[in-house]
Design a protein. Structure first.
Length: 400
């Protein structure tokens, strides 16, 4: 398992580096400063790097900073890529769907081999294994973002067979999200579905919008009735909430554990507002906070802040957090009305939810899911069609 995990990390790292190098091949470095969003990202990443001076655990600091290296490359690479052809976008969509279906097939094969064990595990919040070292949060988010992309590209598929296959993939992704019942990906899907239905209503496609809402409601009811993994997951979340309301603050419940991690993160930010505790000492500082305020929670149930914004604040302080927030919201400055603008915004919104429910950018798979889906949709948005501005939007200049 460890060997497979390390292999996945190496393959993912090499893939991102090769993609970035290929995109920048032949591009003069003089053009790099044009990518202002990339420059803004360098600031909060630099804050992580500077925390070396007050981090005691240099090895953990090194791991945290290495995880952020794609922020130095991928935003720049995507910003300088020319527009893709419709054929290239279709090839990408086919590849994305095949990869997600392969991961889903692997996950479901384990479930089919021993369904009773996995169904029983959902009573204790034990989730079905997924690719990427059992990373159900990031994988479910990738599936939800994949649904958004397929919906976006459907009108560009000129062949009926391609549209049918894309719709079949969307249906398979939705069913799997309900079988997996990972809260992050599932709630992201519902956010996408409600947003898309609202968009249809705003476009005066009332029948389509109402039908979408009805289908979402039907999917939820059918999942509660016929998918024990989903129904057990809902029951467990309800039970966790009841325990929290009764004052049972314990690490035995995943949702309550997240709330506790938020509280302790805020305590640490108040204690170290300017510099944070240092990227290398987040684990040590959180463990000390648990010892002080929640000593009864055993070490194995102690969490880092399950929120990327709080994690940045704990690691590097409020100034770094301010730049991080600026960086997260800055792409919306170029948002405009229209279908392309809607799908970029909703993808950004899903990934914002991703950041708010998990320390997504502290692990390599989370960095990849966030950056790749956001940057790919953003690239499609900026190069979708000639804009109302002189010269159109087929430009590599990236102004905030």
């Amino acid at each position: 398992m460890i060997a497979g995990f390390l292999c996945n990390r190496v393959v993912l790292s090499l893939s991102m580096m090769l993609f970035g190098a290929n995109a920048l091949l032949g591009v003069s470095p003089r053009r790099w400063p044009e990518q202002r969003w990339w420059l803004l990202g360098l600031v909060w990443v630099a804050a992580y790097a500077l925390s070396w001076f007050w981090s005691d655990d240099k090895a953990f600091w090194s791991d945290r900073v290495q995880t952020k290296l794609p922020f130095l490359l991928l935003p720049l690479a995507f910003g300088l890529l020319p527009a893709f052809t419709p054929k290239q976008l279709r090839y990408y969509t086919a590849g994305l769907c095949l990869l997600l279906l392969a991961g889903i097939g692997y996950s479901l094969s384990l479930f089919i081999a021993d369904p009773e064990v996995y169904i029983a595990g959902y009573r204790q919040s034990h989730i079905l294994p997924t690719p990427a070292h059992g990373d159900h949060i990031r994988f479910s988010m990738a599936v939800a973002a994949g649904i958004a992309w397929c919906l976006y590209l459907l009108p560009a598929m000129t062949r009926r067979l391609h549209r049918r296959l894309a719709r079949m993939c969307i249906a398979a992704f939705i069913i799997y999200l309900h079988v997996l019942a990972a809260k992050t990906g599932l709630l992201a899907f519902y956010l996408l579905a409600v947003s898309w239905a609202a968009w249809q209503l705003l476009q005066r496609k009332r029948l389509t919008g109402l039908l979408a809402i009805a289908l979402v409601a039907a999917a939820m009811l059918l999942a509660l009735r016929y998918l024990p993994t989903f129904s057990h997951r809902v029951a467990y979340s309800r039970y966790s909430y009841e325990q929290f309301m009764k004052g049972n603050i314990s690490g035995d419940y995943s949702d309550i554990g997240r709330v506790v991690s938020y509280e302790l993160a805020l305590q640490l930010i108040r204690a170290h507002p300017l510099t944070g505790v240092g990227a290398g000492d987040v684990l040590r500082a959180m463990s000390a906070a648990y010892d002080q305020w929640y000593p009864a929670i055993p070490p194995g149930q102690r969490l880092v802040p399950h929120n990327q914004f709080l994690t940045v604040g704990v690691a590097a302080g409020l100034i770094a957090l301010a730049f991080f927030c600026w960086w997260v919201f800055a792409p919306l400055a170029r948002l405009r009305r229209g279908r392309e603008g809607f799908f970029f915004f909703v993808t950004w919104l899903l990934l914002l939810f991703f950041l708010m429910t998990d320390a997504s950018l502290e692990v390599q798979s989370g960095v990849f899911v966030y950056l790749f889906f956001l940057l790919w949709q953003r690239h499609a948005f900026l190069h979708a069609a000639p804009a109302a501005t002189p010269g159109g939007i087929n430009t590599t200049r990236d102004e905030l």
